[in-house]
Design a protein around this ligand. Structure first.
Ligand code: NIG
Ligand code: FE
Length: 427
């Protein structure tokens, strides 16, 4: 395969120095105003100033050249927290929330996540695959080239395994890199209504071994929240999961400050996600433990809650990543540009901090930084061309996507979301 040269680009990327970028380093991007990217077999072999990259190519070599037209070129987004595998939206519930019924009250009444469980259990695998793939296609169109998808709408062994099979099928479709997370403890199913600890016992004894045998999920997550799973139950589950070889994550302090962030630090979790209500002491403990804060501003937006204290987190040295949380309840969006806009304008991240959060730190948050998340030599040529001069365009041009072209492993991706199909164009 001939090599490809993407030239005449304004390149911006975080640089991977072997760890997530925290503190001041989250704000630092490498930048070449007249840059070029050299790609071979889908991998980056060189990038930098266009003249310097061209000097590395023999004049006799037939290169496939792409003129980026002076557009901004950034790494493909990594969305490290989604619940994209679900059967039906919950529009009626959205209307209820708009008239004042709290999110957790809807769950307490047997709706919310439990309503998604009912529709997922009823859905066939092919249907679920088509629907999930369509959402992944939408995400791709908005620049997401790698994403995490969680189970958690099955809540019994058979249906959790079914979800993970569907997620695996989407992963094998191959157009986006997909990482699967087991979230069997996402809500307390009705049969265990008064006995969440008993449900956790079942998850540990029955589900975790079955999920491990199936071999799809890399991480185990839990919804640690008032009226869902306590810190003690979450600790038991994640300790067992960690001992079985899963990376551990938590939905922590999303609505109440239960101490989930502190538990994440105690377990040296890969990430603690949400953190809207997390205490400053526990955030400090997370920074010391090296746990990544995955923030989901579209959830605060949709739930009309105060945003996570991203500025404090960055100032305290916590690496911050950004994600959509795409799910039918608390945050229905596949759009990382929307999330970046909220992060910049409502959480006061700089555009550079937001880009690092949506790419490299997110890749670390799902164990994918060896392959994606930055434009570094040896990584996949996953990148975007933006209709703008700097990454700030993503927040500045609001309500639309500035993502003009999406490349995965050097191939331009065209998404036809209505058919859930993809075509790849080789340039
Ligand atoms: O991250 N909080 C728990 N899980 C999701 C919402 C899932 C749903 O409502 O379907 C979240 O907000
Ligand atoms: Fe979530």
């Amino acid at each position: 395969m001939s090599r490809q040269l993407f030239g005449n680009a304004r390149i911006y990327t975080p640089v991977d120095e072997g760890r997530p970028r925290a503190g001041k380093a989250q704000n630092e991007l490498a930048h070449w105003p007249q840059g070029a990217l050299l790609v071979e077999n889908g991998l980056i072999v060189a990038l930098g100033d266009e003249r310097e990259v061209l000097a590395m190519v023999s004049p006799a070599e037939k290169l496939a050249e792409v003129d980026c037209g002076g557009r901004c070129l950034v790494p493909g987004f990594v969305d490290p927290h989604t619940h994209m595998c679900f059967a039906e939206p919950r529009e009626a519930e959205f209307a209820l929330r708009l008239t004042g019924t709290p999110y957790l009250e809807i769950l307490r009444q047997g709706g919310g996540i439990l309503s998604s469980v009912r529709s997922l259990v009823a859905a066939g695998e092919d249907e679920l695959y088509e629907k999930t793939l369509r959402r992944v296609a939408t995400a791709l169109r908005f620049g997401t080239t790698t994403l995490e998808i969680k189970s958690g709408y099955g809540l019994d062994t058979a249906n959790e395994l079914k979800m993970l099979r569907v997620i695996d099928r989407v992963a094998k479709e191959g157009v986006a890199d997909v990482v699967a997370t087991f979230l069997g403890a996402h809500a307390v199913p009705p049969a265990y209504r008064d006995n969440p600890a008993g449900f956790i016992d079942m998850v540990i004894e029955e589900m975790l071994p079955a999920v491990r045998r199936q071999g799809v999920a890399r991480f185990c997550d839990v919804f640690c929240e008032e009226g869902v799973f306590s810190v003690a139950d979450s600790r038991r589950l994640l300790a067992a999961a960690g001992a079985m070889g899963f990376g551990v994550k938590l939905h922590a302090d999303e609505v109440h400050d239960l101490g989930g962030a502190g538990l994440a630090a105690e377990l040296a979790a890969v990430s603690a996600d949400h953190l809207l209500a997390a205490s400053e002491a526990n955030l400090g403990a997370m920074a010391a433990a090296g746990t990544i804060a995955i923030l989901l501003p579209a959830t605060a937006y949709s739930l009309r809650k105060p945003y996570a204290k991203a500025r404090t987190m960055i100032d305290r040295g916590l690496p911050v990543a950004l994600a959509t949380d795409c799910n039918p309840g608390s945050s229905f969006t596949e759009s990382m540009p929307f999330v970046i806009g909220l992060a910049v304008l409502n959480m006061r991240l700089t555009p550079a901090e937001a880009l690092t959060g949506a790419t490299l730190n997110a890749a670390y948050g799902i164990g994918m930084a060896d392959r994606v998340g930055s434009l570094d030599k040896g990584k996949q040529a996953d990148f975007l061309l933006l209709d703008g001069e700097t990454p700030a365009i993503l927040a500045y041009h609001a309500g639309v996507s500035s993502v003009a072209a999406v490349y995965k492993k050097g191939q331009k991706i065209k998404c036809i979301p209505s058919g859930g199909a993809f075509t790849r164009e080789i340039q």
